[in-house]
Design a protein around this ligand. Sequence first.
Ligand code: NOJ
Length: 740
Amino acid sequence: MRLILSTLLLGIILGCSGTDQTQNLSPKEAFIDSLLNEMTLPEKIGQMSQATGSFEFTGPITSDSSTLELVRTGRLGSFLNVVGAERTREAQEMAVNGSRLGIPLIFGYDMIHGYATTFPIPMGEAACWDLDLIKRSAEITALEASAAGVHWNFAPMVDIARDPRWGRIMEGAGEDPWWSSKVAVARVEGYQGDDLSSTGTIAATAKHFAAYGAAEGGRDYNTTEVSERTLREIYLPPFRAAAGAGVASFMNGFNDLNGVPASASHLLVRQILKKEWDFKGFVVSDWASVQEMTDHGYAASDKEAARLSLAAGCDMEMVSTTYETYVEDLVAENASYLAMIDDAVQRILGIKYDLGLFEDPYRYSDAGREAKYVLHNDHFKHAREVAKKSIVLLENRDNTLPLDMDLAKIAVIGPLINDPVTPLGTWSAQGKKEHVTTLLEGVQLAVSEQTKILTTNGCEVNSADKTGFKKARSLAKQADVIIAVVGEEAMMSGEALSRSDIGLPGVQLELLQMLKATGKPVVVVLMNGRPIAEPWMYENCDAVLETWHLGVQSGPAIADVLFGTYNPSGKLPVTIPRSVGQIPIYYNHKHTGRAFDPADRYTTKYIDEKYGPQYPFGYGLSYTNFEYSNLLLDKSSFQAGESISIEVIVTNTGPVAGEEVVQLYVRDMIGSVTRPVLELKGFEKIMLAPNESQTLHFSLSAEELRFWDEEMQFNWEPGDFKVFVGPNSEDLLEAEFKLL
Ligand code: NOJ
């Protein structure tokens, strides 16, 4: 251990270097115990307080200018938005050398899809159905961030979202609890690795606990009303999975859940997280969410807000300062808060200990490593790989794609053709437009020397101005094919960026209609942070590629797919509605007593809109075709303790090699409470050469068929089930079995 900490802290470290046999504490527990004994109440409260640096911010700054003084006096334990080896070192020196106990700060930051090397937005990346790639993005994020002095990521966001109006749908893994849980684990493992103290790993946060994605009307920060069954069955599984994977922290949601703001939810934090799940890490509030409980009309004063959050188990307050201001008074009035404070501080110090900060508080603030790892070439290679695999081919009429690389003339038209900002998406952390290769640059790099590329924007993303249409039409007419690049800018999705109309903004649809009217094939490259409802585009354009906001290698990755260097394999992690009026629309809905029947007036439907979505969950095309056959079960019934084997043959019947995401769903036919029509329970991603077949094997156990029953017990129920296998949640082969 280096002798860089204060004498007091050093004394504690030396005093705890062996296992304390008398109390049977681990070295970590003994160290934290002794440190806690040395701490004054204000120092403890300091550990429970987080301020924002002035370098970046994501909300109203509520902390005052004496923040640095707090650091020097041991009254602040954490910063967010202070990044870079040099800056974090400076701030750390203030805490370690200035304060009485020299307890190191923990630096948190939002790295939702990369630190400086930006990967696809999380929802887009979830379309690749490749957990190794997803984990690798998180590992790279951790490597870059940790070299820049950041210890702690406010990711993964694991909120299930069933409403694409909600701008933050882009931050999660979509609508399905099973897939979102797998992605949550991959991301937590990627950020944290096996050893938090390693210099290449960082602590992760599962957020926003909980049901924040169910905000009314898709309006950010809004109220949520979710039954406990739906909460546990739909919204909590990814959080449970993250906790199981050892995630270091949880973040409260901004939302009021069933009448209680999540930051004061005893049920969520004390009962479910800390008791039922035995979570040992710490809970941080969201930005000022403790203080905002006064605005919710839940706390009568800031002091009461502090009391309610502390009592509910929120260990660290982000940005607002109610803990700093009122917790001492609360203790003076009622000493029983001390135990809660000690528990919170132990949890926070525990993660600082795991990160190795007591051993060397500067281990992550390393300018040499920062220069070496941030924006490393290998990270860009990965960015291209994961980006191309996240693209979903939605339409490909008459095999318009892939395009020949030696076409004579290609018109690249649209407001986003050469925009280096949009591919970074929202929450781009240290991602910079200079690092982005745009669509146009990607196409230019891919085509032959003879190919002439004609370009114009045609219009802006969100404007009524159509003066650019004339030039666009004239270029389009000269070309063999039109690549039309349209969608949403980066800052049209993400926090505080909900939309009430989720079609193409501005006159972009009209631009597409004008281009289509030229008679030339129109390939739409859609860049967006949420599902876009625009039926005409999907139903009339010759090809449509869903490319999300793909990150720094957006251009080359899209060109890989446009020109067939890569055969697309992405599948939607979220349903695409036909119109806003259909929302919420998701594949794992319940049965009704009157299932949709177009011939029967008295069944569930709209009179002015088709019933189904534009594209179902799990959907995505390829440049080849896959045929599914011979769905077989090894038995017709089984009992708890056994499992059933399911096999299916998938054949590539098309002209080129391709990858397919084979999906397995179940339906519990009758339950003590009604069950969803389908639930995803497995998938395999396979590569098949033309004419190649593969037999895939899945298995299901009773454990995997559990749900929250009538008595709110998590259990399976004997009875009839259907199992389905197919390329998406609509085109499915089916078989039946019985659970005895
Ligand atoms: C508010 C957001 O809701 C949260 O996700 C984020 O981590 C914090 N701001 C910190 O930036």
